[in-house]
Design a protein around this ligand. Structure first.
Ligand SMILES: C[S@@+](CC[C@H](N)C(=O)[O-])C[C@H]1O[C@@H](n2cnc3c(N)ncnc32)[C@H](O)[C@@H]1O
Length: 278
């Protein structure tokens, strides 16, 4: 089996059956460099969510309209040759969907009922492929309800205190919602930080057990849950403990969610704002 250890590497080789599509990362802070740099090959749309209105993105070497920040990592010309940025626009969280969650006793921890903001950027890669990056300033779970299908779910270093969301993304009810949206063959990249709400002996406890080392030894065992097989296929560098890469495949293939080609695009109504000079 291929083992991915991507610390110090510029890209991640995932199995060929990983569906191309949406990467969703709630409670992102500024941790966007590695997900973009290493996973962009598999992603059409990045959805990063952060409750604070901060610049979540790394520097892009091709952007002349934004001041270079020496404290941030830089995505170079070898990957992205142009960035088009749009003015922020209001999001439109569907209250009905949140009500359905509340009926299951799931509460979006940071949602205040106010509209959040979305900063959209279009990255043009060296091979001319366009990748959309949406930076949502909003509660993570509220934004999650607005997405149909996810190819990669990413979460690390989230916590109860110290600015963490306290959302408990891996408590059973929320975990099932994630799995419902995760396309067949999709990936969960996580250090399991959020597992603190969960009963200790759940099948997915390998997410946070912290036994693997950074050479990929002692990876947690495969397991089955909710009609899916989970296989730990590698390590995505550090988090609170190792950040592990899990591939999730449905056991009954007739229950497959739509293929990546059928994924509805995230809808926007935008006007052109700025274009970086090359
Ligand atoms: C401990 S930091 C981790 C950041 C990032 N995941 C990392 O690994 O560097 C948690 C982040 O989640 C954000 N946050 C807290 N509550 C949130 C919520 N309900 N929805 C989205 N983001 C939230 C905080 O502002 C903070 O930036």
């Amino acid at each position: 089996m291929t083992r991915n250890i991507i610390r110090n590497r510029l890209s991640c080789e995932l199995p060929p059956d990983v569906p191309y599509g949406v990467l969703f990362y709630p409670c992102v802070g500024r941790d966007t460099y590695y997900p973009i740099r290493c996973l962009i090959e598999y992603v059409s749309d990045f959805h990063f969510v952060e409750i604070m209105d901060i610049n979540m993105l790394p520097n892009f070497e091709c952007r002349k309209d934004i001041e270079y920040d020496p404290n941030r990592k830089t995505i170079h010309f070898d990957l992205v040759k142009n960035v088009v940025s749009f003015p922020p626009y209001d999001d439109n969280i569907d209250e009905e969907k949140l009500t359905q969650l509340r009926l299951k006793f799931i509460k979006p921890e940071g949602y205040t009922g106010k509209r959040g903001k979305i900063y959209k950027h279009e990255l043009m890669l060296v091979d001319n492929r366009i990748v959309n990056v949406y930076c949502h300033v909003q509660d993570g779970l509220a934004v999650f309800t607005s997405l149909e299908n996810i190819s990669i779910f990413f979460l690390r270093r989230d916590s109860l205190g110290e600015g963490g969301s306290g959302q408990g993304w891996f408590q059973e009810e929320i975990f099932k919602l994630i799995l419902d949206k995760l396309l067949d063959g999709g990936i969960i990249v996580t250090d399991g930080s959020s597992g603190y709400f969960t009963k200790p002996d759940v099948p997915w406890k390998g997410f946070w057990e912290k036994k693997a080392d950074d050479k990929g030894n002692n990876l947690p065992k495969d397991f089955t849950y909710y009609g899916r097989n989970f296989k730990c296929i590698g390590i995505f560098g550090p988090g609170s403990g190792p950040t592990l890469i899990w591939q999730v495949k449905r056991i009954q293939k007739d229950l497959i969610t739509p293929s990546a080609n059928e994924i509805p695009k995230f809808k926007t109504n935008l006007t052109y704002f700025s274009k970086s000079k090359m």
